[in-house]
Design a protein around this ligand. Structure first.
Ligand code: ATP
Ligand code: MG
Length: 367
């Protein structure tokens, strides 16, 4: 798939623009603070109905304006599809084919994006939150069901944590109600974990291959799902749900004492290993970067295999963070098949590595 055109009104520092993109490589050039990242962010918002850098939609609206509007046309195998997002102080509306979508989980998935920014090099080095966010954002785009389960899970988790706090402070004492919440949480939690295991196994296969190419067969990358469940992770959804329920029963006094939920996918993590050693702990800087790059590139292939089409790729300032070999691998992996938007302060180094002329956009103060 690719994004044919984009129209923005009052989005960040853009007043009104309408641009047509190349289905291949689009290069955004400009000095600092001119709007390069804002443009990538706009594409991300059009895909995900939310920003990758803020939870507050209001920040996306141009200063002193009441609302922002984003529209794009996506070309997919089945034809071309208009997407629209309207943001104002009261909230947002998302339309597919000019029809407003009641649930954002129905909107997401029409334009699939993978964003790669310098922070993503933290995928390996960073906290489990970074990895969970990565998994949830990417798998959510592939599978609307995953996204739905996740939304439900988060809502119940919030309720359950509130109730645990009330129990902790002796403002409530209904343990039956806690059990109802535990049961619901286990049901959605089990569904989430099962999907994560399935997608991670496939992602691992691609990442292994890509990593071996980058390291010329010298390193063997593998993943390990680290569950907050004490027992070994079972493989079927029902078994996992049963284990979660058992876990909640065992942990009850501890959870009430701490006033929070200690078990479930929101506490799980993925460990990346090279030759069976945790890269986060034992890996060098270079190994951590290569692992992050392999995982990101693998995600492109996972999306292709699950949805039948390649996603689009947003690269914000990453090329300058990678050395020559890794730059070459990245560009080789995407050229000719993945529509790419990349920001750079200057053209010189990358154009030599591109097989085809990119479409170049000079960005200055939101134009
Ligand atoms: P760099 O090369 O430093 O990363 P950039 O071109 O990526 O720069 P952006 O992050 O896209 O820069 O744009 C930053 C500019 O957008 C800032 O000058 C900021 O003041 C402006 N900006 C951010 N939010 C808004 C908003 N809501 N309304 C108007 N302008 C905004
Ligand atoms: Mg930027």
């Amino acid at each position: 798939m690719y994004l044919e055109e984009l129209e923005l009104k009052n989005f960040r520092n853009y007043r009104t623009i309408k641009v047509e993109f190349s289905p291949q490589i689009n290069v955004l050039i400009g000095k600092n603070a001119q709007g390069k990242t804002n443009l990538l962010e706009a594409i991300y918002v059009l895909a995900m109905a939310r920003s990758h850098r803020t939870n507050n939609d209001r920040e996306l609206i141009c200063f002193k304006q009441k609302d922002a509007f984003l529209a794009g046309r996506v070309t997919r195998k089945l034809g071309s599809l208009p997407l629209e997002i309207l943001l104002n102080r009261r909230g947002k509306k998302a339309k597919v084919n000019h029809l407003e979508q009641a649930r954002l989980s129905q909107y997401i998935g029409h334009l699939n994006v993978i964003l790669f920014a310098p922070e993503d090099l933290l995928l390996v080095k960073g906290s489990p939150t970074v990895r969970r966010r990565f998994i949830d954002m990417e798998f959510g785009q592939i599978d609307p069901r995953y996204l739905y389960n996740l939304t439900q899970y988060r809502a119940i988790l919030k309720q359950r944590n509130n109730y645990l706090k009330q129990l902790q402070q002796k403002k409530a004492n209904d343990l039956m109600y806690l059990e109802v919440l535990s049961e619901q949480l286990a049901t959605f939690g089990g569904a989430i974990i099962v999907k994560r295991l399935e997608f991670l196994a496939e992602l691992e296969r691609y990442a292994k291959e890509i990593h071996a190419q980058i390291t010329q067969g010298n390193e063997n990358l593998s993943f390990k799902y680290e569950s907050s469940l004490k027992e070994d992770l079972k493989s079927t959804e029902n078994e996992i749900i049963a284990d979660l329920k058992k876990g909640f029963a065992n942990l009850q006094p501890k959870e009430i004492f701490q006033g929070t939920t200690l078990l479930g996918p929101h506490r799980d993590d993925v460990v990346f290993e090279i030759d069976q050693k945790n890269v986060q702990i034992y890996g060098s800087q270079g190994q951590q970067r290569t692992t992050a790059l392999s995982v990101k590139l693998a995600e492109i292939e996972l999306m292709k295999s699950q949805t039948g089409e390649y996603p689009i790729l947003l690269l914000d300032d990453v090329l300058s963070e990678l050395d020559g070999t890794r730059q070459t691998h990245l560009l080789k992996a995407i050229q000719g098949k993945v529509q790419t938007f990349l920001t750079t302060p200057g053209l010189s180094e990358i154009t030599q590595k591109l097989i085809k002329e990119p479409k170049i956009f000079h960005i200055e103060a939101g134009t």
